[in-house]
Design a protein around this ligand. Structure first.
Ligand code: SAM
Length: 282
């Protein structure tokens, strides 16, 4: 006869295993992972503490616990991430969208609303979090969005989310920067990007090791992609450019802008009070 563990027994064991590996919210995460495997929400799990778990599900659960003990982000394990109050699909190959990127969306919304912008382009769409959220929040407008990425895996994520959020006004392009527009020759009002901005070889926390390198590293200095995106906005006569950046990149962005005619440059901070991005008007 197969031996069964109860939900409570599995959870207690998993909490110890996760705790030993330095996972801080061990109980919450064990519950999320077991709930994911059994397709129960956390309340259902609590109400069924004494229920036996079939070994097939118990094994699936332990496989996830093993991966989590190696500090693989829980979002990749359950293929879900909460962003701007919504649930996005996420899998390896796309960066897990971060809460600070919600500020970039708010900045874009401000400009789109105040200036009546319609044509938006994003470079480095990743999971689609930015463009899809803009499409979702401005459902009733006639916004038209285009977004590029060099990574087919990231574009797969963006495509799944585009379908999930019914973002019919978003066109995805497998392209570097704005190369896709060489033929299309579209005019854009706003360029938005959260590009890679980390210096090649910089040592990162363990969990970031599971995220795609091409979503993180930008070059020898780290600001290469940001500066190129600013140049593109200027050359393509896009009136507004908004980017997320690293906390220590303010000076290099400012110095670069001194060489380019523009109307204004405004930096914004994240919730920790660190410089996190900029808005340029040309
Ligand atoms: C930091 S991630 C941002 C993803 C998403 N926009 C977000 O905010 O969560 C940067 C993205 O830029 C993409 N990328 C890197 N180089 C690129 C290039 N030359 N052209 C377009 N996309 C690029 C990466 O594949 C990655 O998906």
């Amino acid at each position: 006869m197969e031996s069964h563990n109860t939900i409570k027994e599995l959870l207690d064991e998993a909490v110890c295993a996760l705790g030993e590996s330095g996972i801080e919210r061990a109980r919450l995460e064990a519950e999320i992972l077991l709930g994911f495997v059994l397709d129960y929400n956390r309340v259902e799990l609590h109400c069924r503490y004494d229920e036996n778990v079939h070994p097939f599900y118990a094994e699936s659960f332990w496989r996830l616990i093993k991966r989590r003990r190696l500090h693989e982000p829980i979002e990749y394990l359950v293929e879900k991430v909460s962003f701007y109050g919504e649930e996005f699909y996420i899998s390896h190959g796309a960066l897990i969208p971060r809460p600070e990127t919600e500020i970039l969306i708010d900045k874009a919304l401000e400009i789109i609303t105040q200036k009546g912008c319609k044509n938006i382009v994003e470079i480095g769409v990743g999971s689609g979090a930015i463009s899809i959220m803009l499409s979702f929040l401005k459902k009733d407008s006639t916004l038209c969005l285009h977004a590029s990425d060099i990574s087919p895996e990231a574009l797969f994520n963006a495509y799944v989310n585009k379908i999930k959020f019914n973002a019919k006004n978003l066109e995805l392009h497998h392209s570097s920067y704005l190369d896709f527009n060489t033929k299309l020759r579209l005019k854009f009002d706003v360029l938005i990007a959260n590009p890679p901005y980390i210096k090649n070889g910089e040592k990162l926390p363990k969990s970031l090791g599971f995220e795609p390198k091409k979503a993180l590293y930008a070059g020898e200095v780290g600001d290469e992609m940001l500066l190129h995106i600013i140049d593109l906005a200027f050359l393509h006569k896009i009136p507004y450019a908004l980017c997320e950046m690293g906390y220590n990149q303010r000076e290099s962005i400012k110095a670069h802008l001194e060489k380019i005619p523009h109307k204004s440059l405004e930096f914004y901070k994240d919730l920790a009070g660190l410089d996190r991005g900029f808005v340029i008007s040309f």
